[in-house]
Design a protein around this ligand. Structure first.
Ligand code: CA
Ligand code: ZN
Length: 295
């Protein structure tokens, strides 16, 4: 099996990046990853002048042979391993709770037996997820701190073991990279972090020829999520909802457009992934079983 070491990483998804390895469709691959601070943050309660560089290294990129523009890259997340210590960094003026943070702090948190230890007597459940996962854009480059239609820093907690991530292939080989694992993160990512952690991800990559959708889609046992990112939360919410409408319209026969909209109003959920990145990310959830949905 191919393993991509974390020393091979990018800080931008670019259309001209050079792959460090190439695999066939159907291959299993392990990506070893740094945390989003490139494993460089130490515990610190006087962090005011800390200048962060090298944010969100994403391991890769990996080329998948035969992937061409107009195809979809299906990334099945088989497992996520996280390190034994995670990091959270909060500071006044940053994040959704910018008015509430008392003082800047970097906290190291032990992760053990499925729990994150916030304090001696407070253990919170681990729910490992991938913050950054994406492919090369059609043109130019997008920093790994930003989400977009290529994927990137979507910070969507459903991108977890057992899920499939569908990414639109824009250049030959797709060029997949990932990083920014979280041992756990709630919707919104309100402090601009989850439990940031190094680790490794085992995936299976598969090229779906001639199948495409314009934004990332995530599937798990129960649901499909369509993911959209935009300058404002309002705009991201509208785009995610509209894209789900198109996703359903391509897949459901026997319902009028108005009936699809009503079905979304009855059974769908519009949710926030994150509100703290350069673009905001929303997701629209639709249960699979009701309409026998497939990608
Ligand atoms: Ca992130
Ligand atoms: Zn992160």
């Amino acid at each position: 099996m191919t393993t991509i070491q974390k020393e091979h990483h990018i800080f931008a998804f670019a259309n001209d990046m050079a792959p460090i390895a190439s695999v066939k469709s159907g291959s299993e691959v392990v990506f070893e990853t740094y945390d989003c601070y490139k494993d460089a943050l130490k515990e610190n309660t006087r962090d005011e002048f800390l200048k962060l560089q090298n944010i969100n290294p994403a391991t890769g990129p990996l080329a998948i042979a035969g992937a061409e523009p107009g195809d979809t890259l299906k990334v099945s997340i088989l497992s996520i391993q996280v390190a034994e210590v995670g990091t959270m960094r909060i500071r006044p003026g940053a994040g959704v709770l910018k008015r509430c943070v008392e003082y800047p702090e970097v906290r190291k948190l032990k992760i053990k037996n499925g729990f994150v230890k916030l304090k001696e007597d407070l253990l919170l459940p681990v729910r490992p997820m991938i913050g950054v996962i994406g492919v090369a854009p059609a043109e130019g480059s997008v920093l790994t701190i930003s989400p977009g239609s290529h994927g990137g820093n979507m910070d969507t907690q459903e991108i977890a073991a057992g899920a499939h991530v569908y990414l639109p292939v824009r250049i030959p080989g797709a060029l997949l990279a990932m990083g920014d694992l979280h041992a756990a993160m709630g919707d919104g990512e309100v402090p601009i972090c989850g439990v940031e952690v190094a680790g490794s991800v085992r995936v299976q990559v598969e090229v779906l020829k001639g199948q495409s959708f314009s934004v990332p889609v995530v599937e798990n046992d129960e649901d499909f999520y369509v993911i959209a990112s935009a300058e404002t939360a309002d705009e991201a919410c509208e785009q995610a909802t509209e894209q789900m409408f198109h996703f359903l319209r391509q897949r459901i026969t026997g319902l009028s457009d108005n009936e699809i909209i009503m079905a979304m109003g009855i059974s769908g959920d519009l949710r926030i992934s994150q509100l703290v990145n350069p673009l905001k990310t929303a997701k629209y959830r639709m249960p699979k079983a009701l309409f026998s949905l497939k990608f």
